[in-house]
Ligand binder design. Structure first.
Ligand SMILES: Nc1ncnc2c1ncn2[C@@H]1O[C@H](COP(=O)(O)OP(=O)(O)OP(=O)(O)O)[C@@H](O)[C@H]1O
Ligand SMILES: [Mg+2]
Length: 253
């Protein structure tokens, strides 16, 4: 299945979640492909793949290549990756003239999606055509929500956009869950955001909450998932728990 990690708000933990959830799923024996849908290429850097002059998501969307050729196999117990670079930003403009511009990614994933248990798309902080393409190609979305001021601002706009995509382009689309990130139990604000989400979106919330944990932030600078950096950290335990919950929620009963 294809899962978009999406929130048009910046810095809420999308890339961190795509990376660590992807690795945690591999550790549970799942076949995982990560696709970097963000021209910033943060996911690509996290996996240490930014130096390679390798083609990536831009070529996937723009060229007439076998998508298989764009998949990087990484060393170690890691997901496969289609990397992204700055040039991906060009797609948003170039695709404007295409007739089926919302379906480009969906088409390209037809052959790839069945080779993996999970294809995870790390979206950029915008609701532009790259993100719309991600939504049209997805079965599910995970929405990371940072426990911060204005956390819920923009959430209704996001859910509205998803509804538009569902109605017009992709009836499969559903919300796998809203995920609280960078939660700090000592902060009244964290608890306030949690209570507010619970009041309005209870049935959409993941049980798993990702705590604010310095190991999560540090691990990326070592090119490691938090599980590989410090297995016993709260961050590692939370992302492992999230992987189990994702499997549970995404497996038909
Ligand atoms: N659980 C956590 N604990 C501590 N720091 C975290 C945690 N999750 C993410 N961070 C840090 O927060 C910052 C933003 O995270 P991240 O890059 O994943 O967000 P993003 O939503 O992908 O951002 P963008 O919108 O720019 O793509 C990073 O510096 C990251 O290391
Ligand atoms: Mg990101």
């Amino acid at each position: 299945m294809v899962i978009s990690i999406i929130n048009q708000k910046g810095g809420v933990g999308k890339t961190t979640t795509a990376f660590n959830l992807g690795v945690a799923l591999v550790k549970l024996g799942k076949r995982v492909l990560l696709i970097d849908m963000d021209p910033q290429g943060n996911l690509t850097s996290a996996l240490g793949a930014e130096e390679e002059k390798q083609s990536g998501t831009y070529e996937l969307l723009s060229d007439d290549l076998d998508p298989q050729e764009l998949v990087m196999k990484l060393e170690g117990q890691l997901p496969d990756l289609i990397p992204a670079h700055m040039d991906l930003a060009g797609f948003e403009i170039e695709c404007l003239t295409l007739e089926n511009r919302e379906y480009v990614l969906d088409d390209k994933l037809q052959s790839l999606r069945f080779q993996y248990d999970y294809v995870i798309l790390d979206c950029s902080p915008s609701l532009g055509l790259l993100t719309i393409n991600a939504l049209v190609a997805s079965d599910d979305v995970i929405v990371p929500i940072q426990c911060e001021y204005f956390a819920l601002e923009g959430l209704s706009k996001l859910l509205e956009t998803m509804q538009v995509v569902k109605t017009n382009y992709n009836t499969r689309l559903s919300v796998l869950g809203l995920l609280l990130t960078m939660y700090d139990a000592r902060l009244a604000l964290s608890n306030q955001v949690y209570e507010e989400l619970k009041a309005h979106f209870d049935e959409m919330l993941f049980q798993t909450i990702i705590p604010r944990n310095v190991k999560v932030a540090e691990s990326v600078s070592f090119g490691l998932s938090v599980m590989d950096y410090d297995q016993s950290s709260k961050g590692a335990m939370a992302y492992s728990e999230l992987a189990n919950e994702v499997i549970l929620k995404s497996t038909p009963a």
